[in-house]
Structure formats: structure tokens, C-alpha cells
Design a binder for this molecule. Structure first.
Ligand code: GLN
Length: 537
């Protein structure tokens, strides 16, 4: 039987609902239960795929090709369970479905309303595509009190009633601020937020209080009294030094035990915290560090490259070294500054990206990495830029470019329909931007004895994609003659997936996003190898 745990947030956003949900998932799994995590987002975009990373941080891509909220990345990293398309829903998607049904006449002449039609769809989603999980943890985006999240809160209220309150648990995460001037911890915002939640029919069973400092018992008692929650279920979460300490901290606070007690379930196994302790220790105690430059357009917003940051950290854990990430804004990077900016850098990473802005700085930095033999990893757009750099400077194809940002040049990178003769594989119509890219997991065959094959230690890999443009395979032989190997191809040999340089210690470009599959407990081999090469540089 499946039990449902709903996680709402109060007072302010960004206080770690995603991390709390992910940590709880780990603890429950460790106790011997099967867990699934889902995210309900209250915005009107059908999915976050069309949103700028500046707006909402990274777009996380699942194996089955969904463009989802970055919290799904946390879920995967902590629980180890690959998320699916059906694990993230937005208000936009729900309304889209309901309105399409209305147009198809499926409501048989009824007045279509938020309650019950929108709420019914939300409830269907919560149960959809399940596979006998013991727990489904659903995080509700935004905070209580937002107009936008109302239909979701109403839906979970009804849901608990439908499945029976003993099978549904409400966790509310709030901020308990500390006021420096009066040296006081304040519980009032939590009280107000819970009041707001109760006014729409939801009484939290557990309150997680995010705080800068430990919350004294008397304050916990106050929260328990005013918010009508058992004192044992007032759980504090004090700022952790690294996110990977979160499962340890929630374990100490007995969050998992309180959840199991609520459902009257036994603890089947004891929790294994060893891996998290080891990771935390490595991250916090490592004195040695390696300078890695991340050259991209969205470096100012930390969340824009969330999975990438994490994957690099995982590579650092594997190599016992701390990553000193130097974020360089590609739009502001002047060609004349490249030498001085990259002087003390041991590894250069160019991440995925879109559009023309910032390309010159990226291409010049790649040239610098190639000539000076600095370890280089190009991801998606980063690989496309490496191809352009090589074509211009080594193949002497000065007009080499991508049709993404130059319609006139020589299209070494282009839409498939721009250069396939049979015209069969058309993608990227450019009219409808949502969900029209090559998305999700695809196979790639690795060339024997290539660096990439040595790294992956296999001949066939599966990695997640999110791009519209492809490298034109017709140029393969020209590149290979000059020392750039196409060391990974799609199984039919038509799409270049990986490139590497022969006369370079470590220069790899990948058309996919390996960062989405890296996990702290199993770091991705590509990042481990990149960090190892950078460490030895
Ligand atoms: N803009 C490029 C494309 O669509 C690369 C996308 C990416 O880096 N994710 O092909």
C-alpha cells in the first residue's frame, strides 16, 4: 500500500523543501522502504524548458526526456531513483490538459471549474504511473499564501480525505528567523504560516523549522502549542555546511522515525549514514584544491548550473580534492583577458548554452585550452564550440559556424533537416520551442581504444540530451585527419556524440549532459576523470 507525504513551504521560498524531501526519501529507503519523489509546481509554464536559467535555475532532464524542475536533480542525487516525466507537473500542464479536454467535449457540457476539474487532475497526477511504492513524497512548489499554489493545497487536502488521513501526512517547512539585534529566535512567522495553511483546511502533522541556530526547547514548545503539532514533530533543521550533511542532520532529529510512527510502520533496517559522513568529511576537510574555470552565460545565478556544480563536487570527492570553481561570465570575457584569467586554471569547462551571446569568449578559451594542453571538458554547446574552434583554426574553415547563430556561414553545426538528404529526421521546427529538442536518454557507441572508452570502460553508453542542433557528420574525416577524433557516435553512426583530441592530455567534448547522471554515492566517470586530469595538470 502506498502512503503519501506532502511537503509544503511557508514564510519564504528557497529554504530547502527539495533537500528536505530528498533527505527524507533517503532515510526511508535506508529503513527498507520503496520511495518515489514528485514535484508540483504552481507556475503557468507547461514545463520549465522554455524558462531562462536566470528565472528558475537549471532545467533538469530525465531519462524519458522531460524538462523538469531542478529539485528533481536533488531527488535523484539523494535517492538514486531516476525521475520520470510523470514526476513533475505544473499548473500550466494541468490547465493545458483540462482545456484540451474541454475543447474535445469530454466534459459533456458541464461548467469546467477549478474545483473539481483542476483539482481532480492534480489528484490523478499524484497517483499516476506508480509502481507499488511504499511512499510517494510530493513537494508543492512556492509557499503557502501564494494565490498560485491554492489549487494544489486544495487538491492535497481533498486527496488526504480520499485516501484516509492515516495514509497521508502533511509536512510544513518554515523559516524560524534569528534576530541579531535582539538576539532572539522568532516563531511568529511560523505561527502565521501554519494559520494560513489551516485556513485552507490543512493541519500539518510535522513542522520542519529551518533556522540559522539551534531552536531552544521553549521555542519548540511554543510552535507545538500554537500550531497544534506534537512537540516530537517539531523538527529543526539548522543550516548545514554542505548539502550532503542534510540526511545526517534529519536522522539526528528523528524525522524518519516520526514519519514511520505517524503511519504506524516499523523500522525494517537501521539507517546507513556512512557514505554521507565520508562525503561530508571529504568536502569539509580537504585542504588540497584544484582550480576549475566554468565559462558560461549564466554564472551569476548559482542554481543555473546546479547539476554541473554537484557533478564536479562528486569528481572532487572521488579524487580527494576540493573544487575551487571560478565562474567566468562568457559575455563579459574579453579576448585580451583570456590569458591572464586562465593563467592559474587547471581545468576548463564550457557548459551547455543557447544563442550567440558569449560565443567569442568561449571559442577563444577553447583555443587556449587546446594549445596550452589544459584539460578541457565541453558539454553540449561546449562541444559544439570546440568543433567550431577546431574547424576555424586547424581545418582553416574560417566561416565554420552553427546555424543557431549565423544563418550564412558554413554550417558545421545545424538542424538535422538543414543537412540530411533524406530529410527523415526532422527536429527543431523553431516555431514551437517547448519540448522540441532531442531530449532524454540516447545510446552512443564508443570507439575502441579511445580516451572516452577508457574512461567509461564500456562500448555503449546511455546519456541524457537536451539540444536542437547537431554536429554535421559529413566533416568527420576532415576532423579526424587533423587529430580530432569523433570517438562516440549514435548507434547508426549518423550523429557525433563525443569528440576528443589526439595530441592533448585530456580534451573531450560531449553532445549530452553527463552531469544529470552523477550522484554523490556514484560519481560520474567523466567528471572523476576530468578532475583527475586537472589535478595532475
Ligand atoms: N544550443 C545548442 C543546441 O540546441 C546546445 C544546447 C545545449 O547546450 N544544451 O543544440
Amino acid at each position: 500500500m502506498t502512503r503519501y507525504i506532502f511537503v509544503t513551504g511557508g514564510v519564504v521560498s528557497s529554504i530547502g523543501k527539495g533537500l528536505s524531501s530528498a533527505s527524507l526519501a533517503y532515510l526511508l529507503q535506508s529503513r527498507g522502504y520503496k520511495v518515489r519523489l514528485r514535484k508540483l509546481d504552481p507556475y503557468l509554464n507547461v514545463d520549465p524548458g522554455t524558462m531562462s536559467p536566470f528565472q528558475h535555475g537549471e532545467v533538469f532532464v530525465t531519462d524519458d526526456g522531460a524538462e523538469t524542475d531542478l529539485d528533481l536533480g536533488h531527488y535523484e542525487r539523494f535517492s538514486g531513483v531516476s525521475a520520470k516525466k510523470s514526476d513533475n507537473i505544473t499548473t500550466g500542464k494541468i490547465y493545458n490538459d483540462v482545456l484540451n479536454r474541454e475543447r474535445e467535449g469530454k466534459y459533456l457540457g458541464k461548467t469546467v471549474q477549478v474545483i473539481p476539474h483542476i483539482t481532480d487532475r492534480i489528484k490523478e497526477f499524484i497517483k499516476k504511473d506508480s509502481s507499488k511504492e511504499d511512499f510517494v513524497i510530493c513537494e508543492i512548489g512556492g509557499i503557502v499564501g501564494d494565490i498560485e499554489s491554492l489549487p494544489f493545497i486544495e487538491a492535497i487536502r481533498q486527496f488526504a480525505n480520499d485516501v484516509g488521513k492515516k495514509n497521508a501526512l502533511f509536512i510544513h517547512l518554515t523559516l524560524v528567523p534569528y534576530l541579531k539585534s535582539s538576539d532572539e529566535i522568532k516563531t511568529k512567522p511560523t505561527q502565521h504560516s501554519v494559520k494560513e495553511l489551516r485556513s485552507i483546511g490543512v493541519q500539518p502533522d510535522i513542522i520542519i523549522c529551518r533556522s540559522e541556530r539551534p531552536i531552544p526547547l521553549e521555542h519548540r514548545k511554543k510552535i507545538s502549542l500554537f500550531c497544534n503539532v506534537n512537540i516530537k514533530n517539531v523538527i529543526e533543521t539548522v543550516d548545514v555546511r554542505t548539502i550532503y550533511e542534510a540526511p545526517i542532520s534529519f536522522y539526528k532529529e528523528k524525522l524518519d522515525i516520526q514519519v514511520l510512527n505517524y503511519f504506524k510502520l516499523k523500522t525494517k533496517k537501521s539507517v546507513d549514514l556512512k557514505p554521507w559522513k565520508k562525503i561530508t568529511k571529504t568536502i569539509l576537510q580537504n585542504k588540497k584544491q584544484v582550480n576549475i574555470a566554468l565559462i558560461g552565460k549564466y554564472v551569476e545565478l548559482k542554481d543555473a548550473y546546479k547539476s554541473l556544480d554537484e557533478a564536479l563536487t562528486h569528481g572532487g570527492i572521488e579524487n580527494n580534492i576540493k573544487i575551487n570553481l571560478i565562474r567566468i561570465d562568457s559575455e563579459k570575457l574579453k579576448i585580451s583577458e583570456i590569458k591572464s584569467k586562465l593563467k592559474n586554471i587547471s581545468g576548463i569547462l564550457i557548459p551547455g548554452g543557447f544563442g550567440k551571446r558569449g560565443t567569442d569568449g568561449k571559442i577563444e578559451s577553447i583555443k587556449y585550452a587546446r594549445i596550452n594542453k589544459i584539460p578541457f571538458l565541453g558539454i553540449c554547446y561546449g562541444m559544439q564550440m570546440a568543433i567550431i574552434e577546431f574547424a576555424r583554426n586547424k581545418l582553416n574553415l574560417k566561416k565554420a559556424t552553427s546555424s543557431e547563430f549565423d544563418k550564412k556561414g558554413l554550417h558545421i553545426i545545424g538542424l538535422l533537416n538543414e543537412w540530411t538528404k533524406d530529410g527523415k529526421k526532422i527536429q527543431g521546427t523553431e516555431k514551437n520551442l517547448g519540448g522540441t529538442m532531442r531530449l532524454g536518454s540516447y545510446d552512443a557507441k564508443l570507439k575502441k581504444n579511445s580516451l572516452i572508452q577508457k574512461i567509461y570502460k564500456t562500448n555503449l553508453i546511455k546519456e541524457r540530451h537536451r539540444h536542437r542542433y547537431e554536429v554535421n557528420i559529413a566533416f568527420k574525416d576532415k576532423f579526424e585527419k587533423k587529430g580530432m577524433l569523433f570517438s562516440g557516435l549514435s548507434p547508426d553512426g549518423s550523429l557525433p556524440e563525443i569528440i576528443e583530441l589526439k595530441n592533448h592530455p585530456w580534451f573531450i567534448g560531449v553532445q549530452f549532459h553527463p552531469e544529470f547522471k552523477s550522484r554523490p554515492l556514484s560519481p560520474h566517470p567523466l567528471f572523476s576523470s576530468f578532475i583527475k586530469a586537472s589535478k595532475n595538470h
